[in-house]
Design a protein around this ligand. Structure first.
Ligand code: FAD
Length: 449
């Protein structure tokens, strides 16, 4: 394995430690596959057990059961994890080929996931529903939508362009007066139960023998007995600052060959421990659960030209219909408390909603929640792969609102890179963090919210 260069291949356990028992109260409390002794050294330490870290762990053990993997999570309740606060929708309407391809794989994976991730007789229901995304464009936006459609179709994504009369015929509840074009991916886009997928990856990874460590990583130890991270912006040279261990909140060290930063909205802080400036910022997004007395037949996930989105809530049907709704906040500072911002449902937004769907005049807010986008402010795309400044630190972060659907493909790719030193199925090199050092952003035009 190329990545083992510089790492002792001796996997002798020199000291043992019990995992924190906090997981007994966690959503994972029923899976007790890994409460035994945890090792003092592993081949791969994955920090953060959200969907990105858990998927990477699962793929690593799927591909090579001989590697030892630890999944380190500071909060087994996942109280703030984005993976438990996601709107969990999946689309192929991206502007960049690698994003289209990642979500195409994500869809294929979801179609098999209930079987692939099921453990023993525990059933798994992910509620995959595929009525499509419907991007709506006014006259100024229509040429861009059509150009992106050509890219998507060229990659095999069967996205239909609909003019206003076709839109009105297909969706009688939609006001098409001020629209010039829509693009609709029925059968290949929709939504699913993302929190359930997240939990399924965690459980399945643990069932495959991934070590579960319920602690926070509070520091990194570098080769040469240095606990000091390299200075930010220090010159990069080969072999510089390899991590040899992660320091856990109980003060112990876990030696490791490779370290994966899967800490989502907190990944900038983790990278800073290695002297790396990662442009990933925690940006709060509020999701509203609405009820509407009128049912909108065949309603897809709709993205309005003004920026808000809504979709039926497949998991909680009641009288009438329920919908999730989100929009881009006017104040978008870092690390704001995770309180839902009811004032974002302004009179202006309500008017825009009722303009687009007259039946929404009667919507009511049932509840709301907030979660962090792990926003890559450099170019709104995932950062996947090793860092030149610290070759055995790899990131899987910065998904900027599309990480739930991309986690399966991103985790598979990162596992391939770790095990083989190259991507074998889908080439994720366009998403390498190296593009930050080169100052070459890979701009995604379709970022929602
Ligand atoms: C409101 C909202 C709507 C969304 N809608 C969609 C959508 O429709 N479709 C889509 O694809 N994506 C969507 N996303 C994005 C998606 O949910 C995220 O991209 C994805 O969940 C990120 O997963 P993650 O594993 O990177 O991060 P997280 O799930 O946040 O996991 C990171 C974990 O790292 C842990 N951690 C942090 N620091 C440390 C440390 N030092 N030591 C140990 N553990 C640590 C945290 O406790 C956390 O559990 C949405 C996100 C939000 C907030």
């Amino acid at each position: 394995m190329p990545w083992l260069h510089g790492w002792s291949t001796t996997r002798i356990v020199t000291q043992s430690r019990r995992s924190d028992d906090a997981d007994t109260a966690s959503p994972l409390g029923s899976t007790r596959c890994d409460r035994a002794m945890t090792p003092a050294s592993v081949d791969i330490a994955i920090i953060g057990a959200g969907v990105a870290g858990a998927a990477t762990a699962w793929w690593l053990r799927q591909m090579d059961p001989s590697v030892s993997v630890a999944l380190i999570e500071r909060d087994p309740q996942f109280a703030q994890a984005s993976s438990q606060r996601s709107a969990s929708s999946i689309r192929q309407q991206f502007s960049i080929p690698v994003n289209v391809a990642l979500s195409q794989f994500g869809l294929r994976f979801l179609q098999e996931a209930e079987e692939r991730l099921a453990i023993d007789d525990q059933g798994l229901a992910l509620g995959l529903t595929l009525p499509g995304y419907l991007y709506l464009a006014n006259a100024a936006q229509a040429p861009g939508l059509a150009a992106q459609n050509a890219v998507q179709r060229g990659l095999g994504a069967d996205i239909q362009l609909l003019d206003p009369s076709a839109l009105a015929a297909r969706f009688a509840w939609l006001n098409t007066q001020d629209l010039a074009l829509g693009s609709h991916g029925e059968g290949i886009e929709g939504w699913f139960d993302g929190p359930a997928l997240h939990m399924a990856f965690v459980r399945a990874a643990r069932a495959l023998g991934v070590h579960w460590i319920a602690q926070a990583v509070e520091g990194l130890e570098f080769q040469g007995n240095s606990t000091q991270a390299p200075r930010a912006g220090a010159p990069v040279h080969a072999g510089h600052s390899r991590i040899q261990a992660v320091r856990l909140s109980d003060g112990s060290l876990l030696r490791c060959g490779q370290v994966v930063n899967a800490t989502g909205a907190w990944s900038r802080g983790l990278a800073a421990m290695a002297g790396i400036s990662l442009p990933v910022h925690a940006r709060r997004r509020t999701v509203f659960l609405l009820s509407c007395p009128t049912v909108l037949p065949d309603c897809p996930l709709v993205i309005d030209p003004s920026g808000f989105w809504f979709r039926p809530d497949a998991t909680h049907p009641s009288g009438g219909q329920r919908f999730l709704l989100g929009t881009t906040p006017t104040i978008d500072a870092d690390d704001l408390p995770l309180e839902p911002q009811l004032q974002e449902f302004s009179d202006e937004l309500w008017a825009q909603l009722a303009h687009r769907v007259p039946a929404f005049e009667a919507v009511r807010i049932e509840r709301a929640w907030a979660g962090y986008y792990e926003m890559n402010v450099f170019d709104h795309n995932a950062l996947i792969g090793p860092h030149a400044q610290c070759p055995n630190l790899l990131s899987i972060t910065g998904f900027s609102g599309h990480g739930m659907q991309q986690a399966a493909g991103a985790g598979r790719g990162l596992a391939e890179w770790i095990l083989h030193g190259q991507y074998r199925s889908l080439d994720l090199s366009p998403l390498s963090p190296d593009r930050i050092l080169r100052n070459e952003p890979l701009l995604e035009a379709n970022v929602i919210g």
